[in-house]
Design a binder for this molecule. Structure first.
Ligand code: C2G
Length: 134
C-alpha cells in the first residue's frame, strides 16, 4: 500500500485543489491531507481563512481522493509526519517546487505537480467581493 501525503489550507475549495488531490492520489493507494489549522494559517502564512479548520476538514473528508485529514500546525512536522504515517510519496503543487526537496533524505519521493493556472482562492475572494459591490 503506497501512502501519499500533501499539505495545504484548502480554503474556499475549488477545482484547482481537486485537480491536485486527484493527481496526488493517483500516485498511491492511500492519501493523507495535512490541513493547515487556523492558527498556523494566521501566524505563519498571514492567511485569514473564510472557513474554519473544522469546516475545511469536513470538505476534504467528503472528497473521494482523501483517506485521512490531519492538522498542519507548524512547518517542521513534515519529517515526523512522514515517519508516523509511513509515507512513501510527498506531493505539493508547483508553486512549492524545490522547497521540500530536503524530505528526500527521509526516504520519500518528493513530487511537485503543476498548479491549475487560472484559479486561486485569492482570485475567488476578489471576484466575489467585486460582484457583491455592484
Ligand atoms: N493548488 C493548485 N492549483 C491551484 C491552487 C492551489 O494545484 N490553482 C495546490 C497548491 O499548489 C497546494 C494545494 O493546492 O499544493 C493547496 O493549496 P493552498 O491551500 O493554497 O496551500 P498552501 O497555502 O500553499 O499551503 O506546508 C505547506 C503549506 O501548508 C501549503
Amino acid at each position: 500500500m503506497k501512502r501519499v501525503i500533501t499539505y495545504g489550507t484548502f480554503d474556499l475549495l475549488h477545482y484547482g485543489h481537486i485537480n491536485l488531490l486527484k493527481r496526488a492520489k493517483a500516485l498511491g493507494d492511500y492519501m493523507i491531507v495535512a490541513l493547515s489549522t487556523d492558527e498556523f494559517n494566521w501566524n505563519e502564512k498571514q492567511k485569514k481563512c473564510y472557513f474554519t479548520y473544522e469546516i475545511r476538514k469536513q470538505f476534504l473528508e467528503a472528497i473521494r481522493y482523501v483517506d485521512l485529514v490531519i492538522p498542519e500546525e507548524n512547518w517542521e512536522q513534515k519529517v515526523s509526519d512522514i515517519k508516523e504515517y509511513h509515507i512513501d510519496t510527498f506531493v505539493m503543487g508547483g508553486d512549492w517546487t524545490g522547497k521540500f526537496d530536503y524530505l528526500k533524505d527521509n526516504g520519500v519521493e518528493v513530487v511537485y505537480l503543476s498548479r491549475t493556472p487560472e484559479i486561486s482562492t485569492t482570485k475567488l475572494k476578489k471576484n466575489l467581493s467585486c460582484r457583491h459591490a455592484k
